[in-house]
Design a protein around this ligand. Structure first.
Ligand code: GLU
Length: 284
């Protein structure tokens, strides 16, 4: 088990997460599709219910949603195995995914928007500024933007965990107050919980980051959405002062719990916010 960050810091970060006004939620393919690579309506509706718990508290929410390739594979009549096949399948899955999101959010009369981007858009200053302006306008309008990588035209090959990095770039770029990464495990563990029943959940990541990084390097599998890139994405947000949480998408009322300060998943403490040295000190 790794050293646990200071309790006061954990509580302070949990409070910051609960009070976040602007939240980026990232949902992975496994949180949206079933074993046969079909979009799972129940999973999608639950995610939407969870997001609406935040909207109903007046928070701004952006969703970074994977699942285009996953949902597309189940809808095309041939096996999609090569990168080219997967790129094509993503276009089938993406439109289906958005249809289902539209229907599901309509249960709450909530409008949504789709933004597809590539890594290049995140590093090109003009493109990124256009992206950020569009997001700001949508948030002002009370719309929930749903972001995914534009897999069909992404110049680099489709890579595992791209959306983990996109979600942290979005969180940093729009000055979000919190990044929540929803996945099919309950957080970050001391081993791979799917293979090692003795693996223990790590409650919080702060000063113990180097140790946690070592652990996830060993426990990651090559499967879509390994924990390593999620930890990297969360830490990237932390380095810009943004708290992050990696939690299980199937946890009941997962986002509501976070918004009420309940401990769920693994909490990532902002690096350039309060440190263990400053906690307890009084402001000058
Ligand atoms: N853009 C991919 C998809 O929607 C997912 C990539 C990722 O999960 O990082 O299927």
């Amino acid at each position: 088990m790794t050293d646990r960050p200071n309790t006061e810091l954990i509580e302070e970060t949990r409070r910051l997460a609960a009070e976040a006004d602007r939240v980026v939620v990232k949902a992975g393919t496994n949180s949206l599709t079933d074993e046969e690579s079909n979009l799972d309506d129940e999973k999608l509706d639950k995610l939407v219910d969870d997001i609406m718990d935040l909207r109903e508290r007046g928070k701004e929410v952006m969703l970074v949603s994977s699942g285009a390739i996953g949902a597309g594979k189940g809808r095309v009549d041939q096996p999609a195995e090569t990168v080219e096949d997967m790129q094509a399948a993503s276009t089938v899955g993406q439109s289906h995914l958005m249809r289902r999101y539209t229907e599901s959010f309509e249960r709450y009369d909530q409008k949504i928007a789709q933004i597809l981007l590539t890594q290049e858009d995140l590093v090109d200053t003009d493109r990124f500024s256009n992206f950020r302006n569009s997001l700001e306008t949508l948030l002002e309008w009370g719309v929930v933007p749903i972001i995914n990588e534009n897999d069909a035209i992404a110049i680099e090959e489709i890579k595992i965990g791209d959306n983990d990095m996109i979600s942290s770039s979005v969180a940093v770029g729009v000055d979000a107050d919190l990044l929540v990464t929803l996945t099919d495990v309950g957080g970050v563990y001391t081993g791979n919980p799917k293979e090692d029943p003795g693996a223990e959940k790590i409650e919080a990541v702060g000063e113990n980051y180097a140790e946690v990084q070592q652990i996830v390097q060993h426990s990651s599998t090559a499967e879509f959405g390994g924990i390593r890139t999620k930890v990297q994405g969360a830490r990237e947000a932390n380095e810009h002062g943004i708290p992050a949480i990696i939690a299980e998408s199937t946890e009941p009322d997962v986002l509501k719990k976070i918004a009420s300060g309940t401990a769920v998943g693994t909490l990532f403490l902002p690096v350039n916010g309060k440190t263990s040295e400053t906690v307890g000190e009084t402001d000058e």
